[in-house]
Ligand binder design. Structure first.
Ligand code: XUL
Ligand code: CO
Length: 439
């Protein structure tokens, strides 16, 4: 059965093309800054959105048919999703996929039954992977949907629920390794709290770290060589989420000795929910050596929740790609943790959404590379901080001063002139010139 029979393969046709089923900017084999675009941009399909999300919201039923010709919540449906997913990825030229355990199979009342289904469906995925270059980017366990996790998973008050979380993480790691995944994600879905007076925050955080440590020990024991990721998010579903943002998550990992095994999986919409920009979160991760992977989406600036839209904002994608290029690329990839809008309910819309997302990041890559090649922005920043490379600045960095001797230095000067202009508007003009000046 062919699920996307209106298109054979989405190919690059260039910016002049009017074909809705062609890339205008993403040209997989084109070399940018010494690397193919496909290597700069290891795109991934999110199983839950693309093969699962049917447009249901708080006010209405689903609008999008994701049955793929099978009865929902059956093994047959799980396999039809695999078939549809692989046809989709092949036609789009997408090389990676990401999943939660319960995206792959319908969850059963008995965890042993769920695990059996996971074995069977992951065998089926392995079979489908053969002869393709499609691989698993990362796996994760959904420890937020089942009511048992209402008080958290690692952070739950119930040791029994904690054991079930451990069992899900173990199985999800087994399947990640089986599918050759590059990474394993912890998004702290219900790892947070609503009300402090009924919460033991210290114990909850220690237990989250305990679960992560168990995951690292087990993962390494079964040969998992990839990175573990924390995916920070400040709120939703909980009012306070413990992994608020990259800085908080990095501090948490260091406090618990997990920083060698973990990196960040930064999601654009989570960044903006934390009142940060996407590139801020990428930069915080990068300068701490912890930029691992990206959940590529965007939020709506007028809405205060996680709308998970396909990336369309070229400024944001450009600034994000500047951080990725400065980091020397990702060890993970760009997972479209994004869903079609509820009224975009056709199979054609699924393809168009990925074309939009892939072309937006392709533009971001092209423009970020052009900013680097142009050199004016970096040159300005070098100049702005030049004082730290010689004379007094270098001596301070080299530890030649303490507070007292620096105070004596300042007193001898009596006063100082203002530092140089920050030149923000000048830099913004350079960016616009590069984005829209036809380069
Ligand atoms: C939720 C979210 C998750 C994670 C994986 O906001 O982003 O889908 O990416 O659990
Ligand atoms: Co995400």
């Amino acid at each position: 059965m062919e699920y996307f029979d209106f298109v054979k393969a989405v190919k690059y046709e260039g910016p002049a093309s009017k074909n809705p089923y062609a890339f205008k900017f993403y040209n997989a084999d084109e070399v940018i800054l010494g690397k193919k675009m496909s290597e700069h941009l290891p795109f991934a399909m999110a199983w839950w959105h693309n093969l699962g999300a049917n447009g249901v919201d708080m006010f209405g039923r689903g609008t999008i048919d994701k049955s793929f010709g099978a009865t929902p919540n059956t093994l047959e449906h799980a396999k039809a999703k695999v078939d549809a997913g692989f046809e989709f990825m092949k036609k789009m030229g997408i090389k990676y996929f990401c999943w939660h355990d319960v995206d792959l199979v319908p969850e059963q009342d008995d965890i042993n039954e769920t695990n059996k289904l996971l074995d069977e469906v992951s065998d089926y995925i392995l079979e489908k992977m053969k002869g393709t270059d499609i691989k698993c980017l990362w796996g994760t366990a959904n420890m937020f949907s089942n009511p048992r996790f209402m008080n958290g998973a690692g952070s739950t008050n119930s040791p029994e629920v904690f054991a079930f979380a451990a069992a899900q993480v173990k199985k999800a790691l087994d399947i990640t390794v089986k599918l050759g995944g590059r990474g394993y994600v912890f998004w702290g879905g219900r790892e947070g709290y609503e009300y402090l007076l009924n919460t033991d925050m210290a114990l909850e955080q220690e237990n989250i770290a305990r679960l992560m440590r168990m995951a690292v020990d087990y993962g390494r024991s079964i040969g998992f060589k990839g990175d573990f990721y924390i995916e920070p998010k400040p709120k939703e579903p909980m009012k306070h989420q413990y992994d608020f943002d990259a800085a908080t998550a990095i501090g948490f990992l260091r406090a618990h000795g997990l920083d060698k095994d973990f990196k960040m999986n930064i999601e654009a919409n989570h960044a903006t929910l934390a009142q940060h920009t996407f590139d801020h979160e990428l930069c915080v991760s990068r300068i701490n050596g912890m930029l691992g992977s990206i959940d590529a989406n965007e939020g709506d600036p007028l809405l205060g929740w996680d709308t998970d839209q396909f990336p369309a904002n070229v400024y944001d994608a450009t600034f994000a790609m500047l951080q990725v290029l400065k980091a020397g690329g990702l060890t993970g990839g760009f997972n479209f943790d994004a869903k079609n809008r509820r009224p975009s309910n056709t199979r054609e819309d699924m393809v168009k959404a990925f074309i939009l997302g892939m072309d937006t990041f392709a533009l971001g890559l092209r423009k970020a590379a052009a900013i680097i090649e142009d050199g004016r922005v970096d040159e300005f920043v070098n100049e702005k901080y030049a004082g730290w490379k010689k004379g007094l600045g270098k001596d301070i960095i080299d530890g030649k001063y303490d507070l007292k001797s620096l105070s004596e230095y300042a007193c001898k000067l009596k006063n100082t002139k203002e530092p140089c202009s920050g030149n923000q508007e000048g830099i913004q003009e350079v960016v616009n010139e590069i984005l829209f000046g036809g380069k």
